[in-house]
Ligand binder design. Structure first.
Ligand code: ADP
Ligand code: ADP
Length: 222
């Protein structure tokens, strides 16, 4: 479903990606691991169309993500991709419910419908009690589950997560992983996550180990 072939990306003299190739399948949870600075985040950014590689190919469902117009790429990102970051990156001025409803509102869904769907998802993720609170009033674990809800509400085909559990204790980290795994298994979404925690990587179906800007090894985690 998502393919990276021979990606090269330099920042000045730093070669962040040096011939990275990868495939991700529907319903699969893929963990990108490896030392800091080995190119994991840069690959995630190339796969999700945030930055363009200097050379190489990124394909999503038959589309060439690098060659497509900016407008087409933004539309793809909005409709097919969901994003989760290390520190939720929720809008502090909005309530948790409004944060989760936001992607639907931006897609033109009516407020009542968007709010109802957001409330339902918060309930499923067991954070209904923070719906009317601002992110600053929720705990780290709650906030991150709200961030996952916001990423899932548009029912994306691919979920990109950059250290989604990095700021959480192991119990909350495991909880967030279970939500991402459920999205993959129940809806057939692909999940690509960057993590430096072996414990978190062990939940994935497959692990791609980065070294010096490329995938050095790929192992079945279980
Ligand atoms: P990882 O996610 O594995 O820690 P990154 O992809 O963040 O690795 O970074 C790979 C290399 O590229 C590092 O040396 C990093 O400093 C460099 N790098 C990443 N993004 C930028 C950028 N925007 N500008 C300059 N250097 C960057
Ligand atoms: P992460 O590894 O989680 O992406 P970082 O703190 O390494 O977090 O990077 C944060 C942002 O800064 C990213 O957008 C990354 O591309 C950029 N970045 C990383 N390394 C460098 C660098 N050496 N110079 C400039 N920007 C960088």
């Amino acid at each position: 479903m998502l393919v990276a072939e021979d990606l090269v990306k330099s920042f000045g003299v730093t070669r962040a990606l040096d011939g990275a190739s990868l495939r991700v399948f529907p319903g699969e949870v893929l963990a990108l691991t490896g030392p800091s600075g080995s190119g994991k985040s840069t690959l995630l950014h190339c796969l999700s169309g945030v930055i363009a590689p200097d050379s190489g190919r990124v394909g999503y469902a038959g589309h060439d993500v690098v060659a497509m117009s900016d407008r087409h790429r933004s539309a793809l990102r909005r409709s097919a991709f969901g994003f989760v970051f290390q520190f939720g990156q929720l809008v502090p001025e909005l309530t948790c419910l409004e944060n989760v409803a936001l992607p639907l509102r931006l897609a033109g869904v009516r407020r009542a419908t968007a709010s109802a769907r957001a409330a339902e998802l918060l309930d499923r993720l067991e954070v209904a009690d923070v719906a009317d609170k601002r992110p600053g009033q929720a705990s780290g674990g709650q906030g991150q589950r709200v961030a996952v809800a916001r990423a899932l509400i548009t029912e994306p085909r691919v979920i990109f997560a950059d250290e989604p559990t990095g700021a959480l204790d192991s119990r909350n980290g495991e909880r967030v992983m279970r939500l991402l795994i459920a999205a993959a298994k129940e809806r057939g979404a692909a999940v690509v996550l960057v993590t430096h925690e072996a414990q978190i990587a062990s939940f994935a179906d497959r692990e791609a180990v980065f070294r010096d800007g490329k995938v050095a090894g790929s192992a079945m985690a279980r």
